[in-house]
Design a protein around this ligand. Structure first.
Ligand SMILES: Cc1ncc(COP(=O)(O)O)c(C=O)c1O
Length: 511
């Protein structure tokens, strides 16, 4: 099969015919950078030399020489009859883990060198700035994905927790149901039925410690080493890469356009994938909803390929008008979709509570597996959240928060349209607490989005560059801004400051 697995990453490579460096050398160093940075993951198959040469518009020998150079250095390996792959262990691993006696001695004192290959791979995933969500919140506007914590009724929460834990009922403190606390599962099933139109029983609901925990668990029980997984590109890298790499699975980046995941491309790139991880209601970070056609294509593929779909429904509560688009889970007649939700956005990230809704046929085995893995979620918060939901505080909090976020969103959108239209393409949204603002051509010509992020930071504005979310070569240029935690009167002044930081200024590019 001559289908390029990481074509979208590789076609972003730029080869200049008139450059001082020979084309094969430039190609060699660009592919090497993609491998070392993790954008081309380990063990992934590369396009054939002919395909890549056609796509890059260069001669086949140019690609052959570059591949041979990378192979001689241990970055690529050729498997007879099956193609060229990125090696599972890179030359950098040897340098890092060390093979000399002196390094072995040091290794005894530094247990980290005893990590397995998978552990080493995990430890070597590049730490992207995007991963600092919630941990480095500086209080500066516009840190993305930050809910406004001042809206949360901590006193109500604490009063409920005190009531429950002052004298806990028999057995509560020793709860050990791998599915989680039953009343919370009932409250979630009830909530999903009312708010999301999801029909499920509490038996299908399994409590997790958030989305990343769910991805990790599902990767362990549904995937084998080497299995390929469609992941949206762009995506939240740490959410998918860590869990997948730790089970030896291969994340395969699939482009996302204005209609969501490009399912046709995915079928070309990795038709044999075992799992797709998607955010169909509201793609993160681009903020697009998956079209009906793409949803049908995705579900049809999953049925045909007997693959699974992990639907990450991370912020469906935060819909200003009406209700969020229906879940894929509700459309799925073949029980291939697992719905995954989180309380990180609607409550706060540190709560570490979320849930999975499993197809009925998966429930018995997955619960046994969960018990064996010992993936427990603390019982301390579960009954409190159950009561918080049963007594209506959860719904009241969402209503209050939505009112505030809707107003902030409007002020934010007006500010972008009226004051920063020369920098960003205006696009309104009807949900969420973050906004992707795409560069106008003029701004895109003056600077990269990572440079824009640096300029913004110097002006005290915290943003993310959209390029940070791409696993392959970025196809969009823009910033991700969070307005949820910014008081309404601070939004316009902060936008103006951002505008000043990016105006009349050109990035000095190194060639
Ligand atoms: C797309 C997406 N899904 C889910 C989450 C929530 O993850 P968790 O529940 O692990 O906090 C986030 C948080 O940043 C996210 O961006």
């Amino acid at each position: 099969m001559d289908k390029a697995v990481f074509t979208s990453t590789l076609v972003g490579i730029v080869l200049q015919t008139d450059a001082a460096v020979p084309m094969h050398e430039s190609l060699y160093s660009q592919i090497r950078d993609l491998i070392v940075s993790g954008k081309l993951p380990r063990s992934v198959r590369l396009p054939s030399t002919r395909t890549l040469a056609e796509q890059l518009g260069c001669s086949r020998p140019t690609v052959i020489i570059a591949y041979e150079h990378l192979e001689s250095e241990g970055y690529l390996a050729t498997r007879q009859g099956s193609g060229t792959y990125v090696t599972a262990v890179l030359p950098e691993d040897y340098l890092r883990c060390g093979s000399t006696a002196e390094q072995d001695m040091r290794a005894v004192k530094e247990p980290s060198v005893f990590l397995s290959r998978r552990g080493t791979s995990l430890a070597q995933i590049p730490f992207l700035p995007v991963e600092s969500y919630g941990t480095t919140n500086t209080g500066h506007p516009f840190s993305p994905a930050e809910p406004d914590l001042s809206l949360f009724p901590f006193s109500t929460w604490t009063a409920i927790a005190n009531r429950i834990w002052k004298s806990p009922r028999a057995g509560l403190a020793n709860s050990d149901d791998p599915a989680g606390f039953v009343e919370l599962r009932e409250a979630i099933a009830n909530y999903l039925g009312i708010v999301r139109g999801v029909r499920c029983t509490p038996d299908q609901v399994v409590i997790t410690s958030g989305t990343q925990h769910a991805v990790d668990f599902l990767a362990r029980v549904l995937l084998d080493p080497g299995d390929r997984v469609w992941v949206e590109d762009p995506t939240v890298p740490h959410l998918v890469q860590g869990p997948l790499i730790s089970v030896g699975a291969q994340p395969v980046p699939i482009p996302v356009d204005d209609h969501g995941l490009v399912v046709e491309a995915a079928q070309d790139i990795a038709p044999d994938a075992r799992l797709a991880i998607v955010t169909p209601s509201n793609h993160y970070p681009l903020g697009v909803a998956m079209s009906a056609e793409r949803r049908d294509q995705l579900l049809a593929w999953a049925s045909r390929a007997r693959a699974w779909v992990l639907e990450d429904d991370y912020d469906s509560e935060l819909c200003y008008q009406g209700i969020a688009p229906a879940t894929l889970y509700s459309q799925d007649v073949d029980e291939r979709v697992i719905l995954v939700g989180t309380f990180s956005k609607v409550l706060f990230r540190g709560i570490r509570l979320g849930y999975m809704v499993l197809p009925t046929k998966l429930v018995p085995e997955l619960l046994v597996a969960k018990r064996h893995i010992g993936h427990w979620t603390s019982i301390l918060t579960q009954p409190t959240l159950a009561r918080f939901m049963q007594e209506g505080h959860f719904y009241a909090h969402i209503r209050r928060a939505l009112h505030v976020y809707r107003e902030r969103s409007k002020v934010f959108d007006d500010g972008i349209r009226r004051e920063l239209g020369h920098l960003f393409l205006a696009k309104e949204r009807d949900r969420g607490i973050s906004a992707f603002v795409e560069f106008t051509e003029e701004l895109g010509q003056r600077m990269s989005d990572s440079h824009a992020r640096q300029c913004a930071e110097r002006a005290g504005i915290e943003v993310r560059a959209i390029s940070e979310y791409f696993l392959g070569s970025p196809t969009r240029k823009g910033l991700l801004l969070g307005f949820g935690a910014v008081p309404v009167e601070r939004i316009l002044p902060a936008l103006l400051r951002l505008g000043d930081a990016l105006s009349d200024h050109r990035e000095v590019r190194k060639h």
